[in-house]
Ligand binder design. Structure first.
Ligand SMILES: *Cc1c(COP(=O)(O)O)cnc(C)c1O
Length: 562
């Protein structure tokens, strides 16, 4: 048993045992550091995994009969590191954050204490950190902290799902027992995250009752279209229960006008004598920008440049209404720079959570004792990780000002990137140019000049947009091949536009520049533009060949790549 005990931190706090753990951690960090190179986006060589890579692993993997010893465990673990993405200055793919030191030490405490956040008796640290973080973020978001409540959950996805559970319970308090009626409807814009799609599937509402609302040219929800679609639903016997208003869309950073959405929704429900609809602000991506809601741009304590201030103020125009939503979310593991999964779900009126709570009878071994007063029976999870400890650490480590500096830097970097991009290429368009923020979407045109305005205005033919999409997809492939140097993101459906020759809206493909690393500053942009030029120049030559139509699909790529 002694050997087995040696696999645990000590019972009595002795130094030797502590040093075993510390030396493993030191070796781990040393090894990771040895792979770092700021001009690449991976730790060591990027490995290209073939189709049968995982199949082979399945064949080979067998749990060892005997433990292999701590040093060997570490050696095996470190074999997982090479080729892993690393959020250096050139990492521009998605909101995959570089875990900050406050986030990491918060996380470490979480796993070393290893309390269960279900209940304060089993996890008092988690309970306390959770209450602190809920209160801090409620105040920052503009909620009344005496009314609001919340908890850490499984991602922005979990928050969208929790909002929907609440939305259903508010309209149908007996749905928990009786099941849901068959005429419930949910609404979100066409660029909303697919979290709602999964949620309507999982709750049994069904994806055919998820109504997609059109977007405006700034990629925010078109309230007129929302109004029409809500009326249509009600007139045909449906009940709107849930609207997801996105505050920072995943690709374009479009921010829905929550105030206007609330006004529209209330107008319709009052007109038809229905209950108010629960509005969830899906602020998983953009929520942190509400930290500027009380920044004094006149005094400008942090000395932001004039054009950055303008952009931040335009984001604030929308973000100041965040508190109107009935629930919202902060994905700390996106712009909050903490490890996965650290997401916070907040509810404006915390009392509602009781609608979801379990009865004492149903939870015989937790809660409802004289010696514990914090039991999260209303969460979908049972055992819960105390991820709020990492959030708490990050809030303390960065402070509001620290976050403001990080977030303003993203805006600054994108502003300068857009300018440099448009200066360098005549055949490119920024397709989210009305959206300041941490991301720039752009698209190239094979015939030498930007067609974006025509496309956006619905004046392009479907075939033409599809051809441009195809050309950009070839660029994605080429960029992807070289992602170990500069890692751009891409999307085949950044938004939808009207077209000349069909009533169907057409998806637009675009490349994504997402600044998420604190090391992506304006100083590094020239190198990034140069890299992009190299890829685009090669592809332009090739684009002419593609247009000749003689070479097909993968063959076309193979002809130019390598
Ligand atoms: C990322 C994202 C989600 C999903 O969040 P996870 O933390 O990945 O579960 C939901 N909504 C939006 C707008 C997002 O950007």
């Amino acid at each position: 048993m002694k050997e087995i005990q040696a696999l645990f931190p000590s019972e009595d706090g002795n130094r030797e045992s502590r040093n075993v753990l510390l030396s493993l951690i030191t070796k781990m960090i040393e090894e990771i550091d040895s792979h770092k190179n700021p001009s690449t986006t991976s730790l060591g060589q990027l490995s290209y995994r073939t189709n049968n890579y995982y199949q082979q692993i399945v064949e080979e993997s067998i749990a060892p009969l005997q433990g292999i010893g701590l040093d060997n465990v570490l050696q095996q673990l470190l074999r997982l590191v090479p080729g892993h993405p690393y959020q250096s200055r050139n990492y521009l793919n998605n909101a995959l954050p570089l875990a900050s030191i406050p986030g990491i030490i918060g996380y470490l405490l979480t796993v070393i204490l290893n309390g269960n956040n279900i209940y304060d008796v089993a996890g008092p640290a988690g309970a306390e950190a959770e209450v602190k973080v809920v209160a801090m973020m409620s105040k920052l978001a503009g909620y009344d902290h005496k009314q609001s409540w919340g908890y850490s959950t499984w991602g922005g996805q979990g928050a969208v799902f929790s909002g929907l559970r609440l939305a259903i319970a508010k309209q149908y308090p007996r749905a928990k027992e009786d099941g849901i009626p068959g005429n419930l409807y949910c609404f979100a814009s066409e660029t909303a995250h697919y979290s709602l799609l999964k949620s309507v599937e999982a709750t049994g509402i069904g994806s055919s009752r998820l109504i997609t609302v059109k977007c405006k040219s700034d990629h925010s929800m078109d309230e007129m279209d929302l109004k029409e679609k809500m009326e249509e639903v009600i007139k045909s016997g449906g009940v709107p229960v849930y609207i997801v208003a996105t505050a920072g869309t995943t690709d374009s950073f479009g921010v829905d006008d929550i105030k206007e959405i609330k006004r529209t929704s209330d107008e319709i429900t009052q007109k038809y004598g229905q209950k108010p609809v629960h509005i969830h602000a899906d602020s998983a991506m953009g929520g942190f920008y509400c930290l500027f809601n009380h920044y004094d741009f006149e005094i400008n304590r942090l000395g932001f440049e004039e054009n950055v201030i303008e952009e931040l103020m335009s984001i604030r125009e929308r973000m100041q209404h965040l508190h109107i939503a009935d629930s919202l979310c902060f994905d700390f593991h996106k712009l909050g720079q903490t490890p996965y999964a650290t997401s916070l779900f907040l509810v404006k009126n915390g009392q509602c959570l009781h609608l979801l709570d379990l009865k004492e009878w149903d939870t015989p071994y937790v809660g409802n004792r004289g010696y514990g007063s914090y039991h999260t029976g209303f969460t979908l999870e049972c055992s819960r990780m105390a991820s709020s400890i990492a959030m708490y650490a990050a809030l303390l480590g960065f402070g509001v000002s620290g976050y403001q500096q990080l977030l303003a830097n993203y805006v600054h970097v994108n502003l300068v990137f857009r300018k440099k991009l448009l200066d360098r290429f005549s055949n490119v368009a920024v397709t989210n140019d009305k959206n300041p923020g941490p991301v720039t979407m752009f698209r190239f045109y094979p015939n030498g000049r930007s067609e974006w305005k025509r496309e956006l205005d619905g004046l392009a033919a479907g075939e033409q947009i599809r051809a441009t999409n195809e050309w950009n997809r070839l660029l994605f492939e080429r960029l992807g091949k070289h992602r170990d140097k500069v890692f751009f993101g891409d999307t085949t459906r950044q938004c939808l536009v009207n077209i000349l020759d069909s009533p169907d809206r057409q998806p637009v493909a675009a490349i994504k520049f997402f600044s998420i690393s604190p090391f992506t500053t304006v100083e590094v942009l020239d190198d990034i533009i140069m890299f992009l030029s190299g890829i685009v120049n090669e592809s332009s030559m090739y684009g002419l060949r593609a247009e000749s139509g003689r070479i097909q699909g993968d063959e076309r790529l193979a002809a130019t790549v390598n």
